[in-house]
Design a protein around this ligand. Structure first.
Ligand code: CP
Length: 350
């Protein structure tokens, strides 16, 4: 499988075979983490990480991934550079992309809702770097998608359930004080529907996600012969779920045309729905579902401590899997690793 030089902005843009190659290699890398097969794939190479927003998991897991592959990850903060913005003079993306391509083997970019004027601007920004750069660009979470998170979600679910085909994913909005992006949620809906899950999306009236992405989720389910439903009845939504994924996200009106993200207003609105929380009572309606979340978790709003730290929670496994899927992505797109997928998904103790 030759993925050398391929950008990863959203899993929907890769074929299922390509995604399965990443997942298969990630599983092998997890089992045999420091094998000599992998430890010099990025020897003498630098992965550039361009962070507009803070991060715990993404930064640490990419740094660890580069180290474990024998390379180095360089942390770049736009505030320490002189880039042109809507309000300031400076270097344009075209020049920055050309120059970065002369140094690195790959470029990761994170740009989220509070660093853009309107939804879609972050996606455009990444695509400009893809257009002008000559090294693979990986989204480290942007306003629309979070592909590494989606892949780690699938790896975590398969480790516990074996196949996820035909199982039910409940994606449920949660109250919260963090005004979260649509990226993780949209990515998870796309990849899980693509890989054969039935999908139920539950949220209060007014919290619609991107209609174009929802159309793709619907198409994925039609192609897989599975069900996609949107409901505002959260209690019914939990019935029969195999995986419950709770997450806060902002409304489609979150961006003011001049002022950008209206964070305080979004938080005030979200906190009016304290009953939109994943708790043990609702989890009892499920098919003994796993609980997952991309983290950081807003405990007490999105989910109770009891569920989040309970025996069916896989949040730390999924967070760990960020390392393994990112190592696989880097090996496949940034090194000439000749990989032939062989591994089947592994089931471990649930
Ligand atoms: N899930 C995730 O991307 O976490 P961080 O924001 O901490 O990187």
């Amino acid at each position: 499988m030759n993925l050398f030089g391929k950008h990863l902005l959203c899993t929907q843009e890769w074929s299922v075979d390509e995604l399965e190659a990443v997942l298969s290699l990630a599983a092998e890398m997890k089992k045999d983490r420091f094998s000599a097969k992998y430890t010099s794939l990025l020897q003498h190479k630098s992965f550039l990480m361009f962070f507009y927003n803070p991060s715990v998991r993404t930064r640490q897991s990419f740094e660890a991934a580069a180290t474990e592959l024998g390379g180095h990850a360089q942390y770049l903060e736009p505030s320490a550079m002189r880039l042109k913005t809507a309000k300031t003079a400076g270097e344009i993306n075209e020049d920055a992309a050309h120059v970065m391509s002369r140094y690195g083997c790959g470029l990761g970019i994170r740009i989220l809702e509070d660093k853009i004027q309107k939804y879609g601007d972050g996606d455009k920004f990444l695509r400009e770097y893809c257009q002008y750069g000559t090294i693979p660009v990986v989204s480290m979470a942007h306003d629309k998608f979070h592909p590494c998170q989606g892949l780690a979600d699938v790896q975590g679910a398969r480790e516990k359930l074996g196949s996820i085909k035909g199982k039910k994913l409940l994606m449920v909005w949660g109250s919260g004080a963090l005004a979260r992006s649509w990226c993780s949620v949209q990515e998870s809906l796309l990849i899980n529907s693509r890989l054969g899950m039935n999908v139920t999306l539950a949220y209060p009236q007014g919290y619609d996600l991107d209609p174009e992405v929802m159309a793709d989720v619907k198409k994925n389910c039609q192609a897989a012969g599975t069900k996609f439903e949107i409901t505002h009845d959260q209690v019914e939504a939990y019935r029969g779920a195999d995986i419950v994924y709770s997450r806060n996200w902002v409304t489609p009106q979150a961006y003011h045309p001049e002022k950008g993200l209206q964070k305080a207003q979004e938080i005030e609105a979200a906190l009016k729905y304290p009953d939109w929380i994943t708790d043990a009572r609702k989890m009892k309606l499920t098919n003994n579902a796993l609980f997952t979340h991309p983290m950081p978790v807003d405990r007490g709003h999105e989910v109770t401590d009891e569920v989040c730290s309970g025996p069916r929670s896989i949040i730390y496994d999924v967070a760990e899997n960020r390392l393994h899927v990112q190592k696989a992505i880097m090996a496949l797109t940034m090194s000439k690793f000749d990989y032939k997928p062989s591994a089947k998904p592994q089931r471990v103790a649930a």
